[in-house]
Design a protein around this ligand. Structure first.
Ligand code: FEO
Length: 392
């Protein structure tokens, strides 16, 4: 199989994975994913950027079958879906040098069992001349591991961005087709992987703002011919201003919480607020994460199970806390049978969310008229807070 030419002397040698259903045994992959790797051929030397997930190593092997010499393996990121094939590459090309960031070097030893002597750490901004093709290494930490770097091909103005700007899409086409579709996937990917680091991402974006970029070639999903589209989207997703939206992860066992959620949705919609409710008994947590990217308010709605919140909703609470979205307000809604500590337990589980807590509404059994009035008041309070922030 011949390496696929992107432009002269720059090739795609990665692998789509149409059948993968979950990443990290957690994140649903409705469109599969891909493990991209790239070959850059200079007059004198050849470099391979990344080395695919081990389950798809046979694809990389087939692409490299008739490539007799590779001098450098650029390891932009240690996670195994990029680096898993490195041991095979080292065997295929004796004498090849692995180049990584300083932080990545010990991580490659720890995670892959590599001999540290084959790895040379490169500095931020260091250049590698392949002969008419110059690679510049740009430290871009926390997208999404601390050691991650991007690689910029100066002559052709291609940014090999590794995970950031990526999307979990398996397709045979090399380039982005429909911008809207790719933006939805890129947003889902950002939400699941990048959102916890949005402050640092803003700095990384500043770092590349003066780079002339013709193509962004990420490590997952297709290549962007219009790189500014995804850079602009990252600016919006990572900035501090939420949208006029409320996310409600909820579950109901016997209908009480469902009645309250329906009432809250109606009250919010009436006041011009967009609502994204997710029944956690069946929700796609990737979509939940996506809506958290822009949400101004998170309302957690659950019945009480053995004193605490229903575990399916508590799962969403833990996820939201881990993803650190830019939400500004939160509230807890739900019901209990005879006793409960749901509010205390949920509040203690969201220390990462820098939110103002709005009054909780917890009904004993079926919600009574007073509970529903409290829900209406909560809807009014949320709409008013959004207005104060200038979101409406
Ligand atoms: Fe695509 Fe962080 O691995």
């Amino acid at each position: 199989m011949k390496p696929r030419e992107i432009i002269p002397d720059v090739f795609f040698v990665g692998a789509p994975d149409f059948d993968r259903k979950l990443f990290d045994s957690l994140i649903p992959l409705p469109h599969g994913t891909s493990y991209n790797a790239y070959l850059v051929r200079g007059r004198d030397k050849t470099a391979l950027i990344d080395a695919v997930e081990p389950t798809k190593l046979h694809v990389l092997e087939a692409y490299l079958k008739d490539v007799p010499k590779v001098d450098y393996l650029i390891s932009d990121h240690t996670e195994q879906d990029h680096s898993g094939g490195i041991p095979w590459v080292l065997g295929r090309y004796p004498g090849i040098q692995v180049l990584s960031s300083e932080l990545a070097k010990p991580m490659l030893v720890d995670h892959l069992g590599l001999d540290g002597n084959v790895i040379r750490a490169v500095a931020d901004g260091e250049r590698l001349d392949l002969g008419g093709k110059t690679l510049r290494f740009i430290s871009t930490p926390w997208v999404h591991w601390p050691e991650t770097m991007s690689t910029y091909l100066e002559e052709d103005k291609i940014l090999f961005s590794c995970d950031w700007f990526g999307s979990h899409i398996a397709q045979t086409e090399l380039f982005v087709d429909g911008v809207e579709e790719i933006m939805a996937s890129a947003k889902r990917y950002y939400a699941e992987i990048m959102m916890p680091f949005r402050k640092i991402i803003q700095k990384d974006l500043d770092k590349i703002k003066d780079l002339e970029i013709r193509l962004i070639a990420p490590s997952h999903g297709p290549i962007y011919r219009d790189p500014q589209s995804v850079i602009r989207a990252y600016r919006d997703w990572s900035d501090d201003k939420p949208h006029n939206t409320v996310v409600i992860p909820w579950v109901s066992m016997h209908g009480s919480t469902a009645i309250m959620v329906e009432r809250l949705i109606a009250g919010l919609v009436e006041r011009g607020v967009t609502v994204h409710p997710f029944d956690m008994a069946s929700a796609d947590i990737g979509r939940l994460a996506m809506t958290l990217v822009d949400a101004a308010t998170l309302v957690i709605a659950a019945p009480t199970v053995h004193v605490g919140p229903h575990p399916m909703v508590f799962n969403a609470v833990i996820l939201a806390n881990a993803l650190r979205p830019k939400v500004r307000f939160a509230a807890i809604v739900g019901s209990y049978g005879w006793a409960g500590k749901m509010v205390d337990i949920i509040q203690a589980a969201i220390p990462n969310l820098k939110v103002e807590m709005l009054p909780s509404v917890i009904a004993k059994g079926l919600p009574k008229p007073a509970d529903l009035e409290a829900i209406d008041a909560l809807a009014a309070a949320i709409a008013s807070k959004h207005q104060e922030l200038g979101l409406t």
